[in-house]
Structures are given as structure tokens and as C-alpha cells.
Design a protein around this ligand. Sequence first.
Ligand code: HBI
Length: 357
Amino acid sequence: MRILVVSTPVGPLGSGRGGGVELTATALVAGLLGRGHQVTVLAPEGSQLAVACAGARLWCVAGEFQPSCQHQEQNDQIVIPADGVLAHLWRRALAEQAGFEVILNLAYDWLPLWLTPHTQTPLAHLVSMGSVGKAIDSQIAEISRLCPEHLAFHTASQAADFDLAQPPRLVGNGFDLTRYNFVAKPLQQLGWAGRIAPEKGLEDGAWVAAQLGLPLHVWGYREDGAYADAVEASVPPGTICWRGFLATELLQAELGRCLLLLNTPKWNEAFGNVLVEAMACGVPVAAYARGGPAELVQEGLNGALCPHDDRQALVAAARRAMAVDRASCRAWVEQHASQAAFAARIEAWLEGLACRD
Ligand code: HBI
């Protein structure tokens, strides 16, 4: 198929501002190319495709980045900035749609969702987050009634946030595991990775590291500086070692050396990419049983789970996770989250959609 993939409007692909959806886009595009499809990526100006996606065509459009809807209140109205890149992305997508069998939207935004019944070429949405506001929730509920096959979600707990008219299509996620090297002998350090923002719960990870008397290496885009400073001030000096936002090659080299990854979501994390990235390097995960992480972590097999927001329980889970066999973490990812398996699930979804309309 000729597939048009429309990326997130919050920032250029490759900048890290898009968070997990950037990783998903790379795996999905590379995976679909690998299955012989022709892929065009439509993204904000300044976007770059990973080497694995070199076979895809890249179209970029200028415009004001869309504010992240991550930190919205449930009743917030939709924001449309002047000269917004979102509007430009979809003007281009609609103008070019005749050249494609299917359009795949990766943006968590009102406009592409609203357009779904009105495009000639079928428009599919891989929903990247749980519920963040009523305006998007109602669009998803409406599509679920009009044309449910146009929606797919990463996990059951994420999909459960929405009022769906029928069981959700779940596609998990996928990773190019050749980019992750297994590390058998870890250093005496803990890891934490994710956007540095309140919904990711870094303060709990820092607290646990201080309790265990181990340094916490932190990777991620510093989205909320005040929050980061407050977390650092909440633990003894030297507890946190800030590593910044690193591209996958560098991230996995450092992450792989950790005893374990702490995962402390304060929101309904849709999937939990960093958990799979850690496990791919042999790093077990100690996580709150919330959202996607609760479906990824298998007690004793690739990590340990504890009741969410219970810091003491997370200390105990961290101790259990340290005893997990690192090779079984890698084996679990190869079985459940490889790029090839993910691309096959995406292809099955899109092929059903393309021929149906
Ligand atoms: N906000 N408006 C908007 N649109 C997105 O596509 C979007 C977002 N916030 C976060 C986000 N995407 C990604 O970080 C997802 O991977 C969560």
C-alpha cells in the first residue's frame, strides 16, 4: 500500500518533544517499509527520519507548534494557534490524499479526529494517550460509533479511558531491537527515563533511590524545569544524575548499565516505551501498577509491580526486580514488542481499512 503517516504537531520528529510517539513513528515506518509498503511521512519543519526510515519520503510543513494537550484540564477547549502547523499538516494531507490507499494519523488532536468521516482516502488513528480532555474524548467516542475500525490503541488500560461502542483494536507497540544491546553486568545505579514532567512522577523515583542509597540516572526531555528543580531539592544532593534527552543509540548504552528502571506514572500511561527499551537491554523494571506499564511488567519475569503511588511498596518491588534474570527481560521483549510483530499488526489493521472503504 501507499501509506501517508501524519506525525504529531507538538514538535519536529527527532527533537524529543513528541515523546513516545516519535519512537512509535520510527518503528512503524521502518516496519511498514520492511513489509514492502511505500511510506510518506508528513511532519513539522525540522523533522528528521531515523536511518531505519531512510526508504520513506518526508514532507515537512512550517507553522506554529500545537500546544501539548498533556497538561490540559478535562474541560479545556481546543486551541488553534494562528498559523498553526496542525492546520497546515492537514491541508497538505487532504490535498495529497488521492495518492494513498490509507492515511495514518499519529497526532492526539481534535482536527484529524473530526475529519475522519469526511476524507476520500480512509483516515486511521493510532491513539497515543489515555484520556486528557472531554473535547478529544467525545471525538473518539463519536468515531467509535461512526467508523470504529478507524481507531487503534496501544493497550487495554489506555482504551478503557474512552467510551467505545465496541471492543478496541489493540496494537501494542514495536521497537527495532537491533538498536538495543544486552548488558549482562550492571553498575550500582538505578535508572529513570521519560519526559521530566509531573505526570511522570520522578519525585517518587528519586525518593526510592534515596531510600536504597543508590544514584538515580535520569534521561528525558526537561519539559518542566521548575518541577525538575523541586524533585532534585527533595532528595540528598548527588542522588540524581541528570543525563538529558539522548537519541536511542546513546540512551540504550547508558540505560543498559542500570541495575533496574524505576517507572512511576502518575497518569494513565498509554504504553510505557521506556520500559521496553530498558528490558531490551536486559534491565528489569520496578513499576507502579498503572496504565500500560501494568500490562507490560510480568512479576518475576521482566520486573516487579506494586500498588500505584505507594513509595514504600516500590522500594520492595525494586528489591524484587534486582533479582530478576536479565536475559529473560530481553527474551520477553523479543517475543512481545519487536518492530516486525508491531508492523504486522499495523498492516493487518490498515489493509482491512483500505479495502473496506
Ligand atoms: N499534544 N496536542 C497534542 N498533540 C499530540 O500529538 C501530542 C500531544 N502531547 C503529547 C504527545 N502528542 C506525545 O508525547 C504522545 O506520545 C504522548
